[in-house]
Design a protein around this ligand. Structure first.
Ligand SMILES: [Zn+2]
Ligand SMILES: [Zn+2]
Length: 146
């Protein structure tokens, strides 16, 4: 009986109420930081930051979970960086002249195959032996049908 008495005393004590309030405060803090975190993360990823933050505010932890599942996989800055990277590579290739369509290494106009990866680039005309593009149906130099 004494055990229950002390238990009862504990649950009615000011200390317990204080702890309960502390716990409530803690939960509210986590909740608000989830809202804030979602807003910032969605903004960085170019998603609808305000709508997502509102969803997390109302649906709490579940809204946050749904956001984690549905959010765009990468940051906007990463996408921009990658696009910029691809563009610089493309301009570099253009400056260097012709390149192999398979391995992107430099090739000359009169190469029949890529010297790096064996990719077929051109074919010689069976009649005049001039180099033709692979998809040509007729030799434009001697009119031989291929
Ligand atoms: Zn190649
Ligand atoms: Zn020909």
């Amino acid at each position: 009986m004494e055990f229950f008495q002390s238990l009862y005393n504990f649950f009615t004590s000011p200390l317990f109420h204080f702890l309960l309030r502390l716990l409530g405060l803690f939960i509210i803090l986590i909740w608000l930081s989830l809202v804030f975190w979602t807003y910032r993360d969605a903004k960085k990823r170019g998603s609808f930051a305000f709508s997502w933050a509102t969803a997390v505010f109302f649906f709490n932890f579940f809204g946050w979970l749904i956001y984690l599942i549905l959010r765009p996989p990468e940051y906007l800055e990463e996408v921009k960086d990658r696009e910029l990277d691809i563009r610089t590579k493309e301009t570099q290739l253009k400056k260097q002249g012709l390149h192999c369509p398979a391995c992107f290494r430099p090739c000359e106009e009169d190469f029949q195959v890529c010297p790096y990866c064996f990719k077929k680039l051109k074919k010689p005309c069976p009649n005049c032996n001039r180099l033709l593009k692979l998809d040509w149906a007729v030799c434009p130099y001697c009119r031989t049908t291929l």
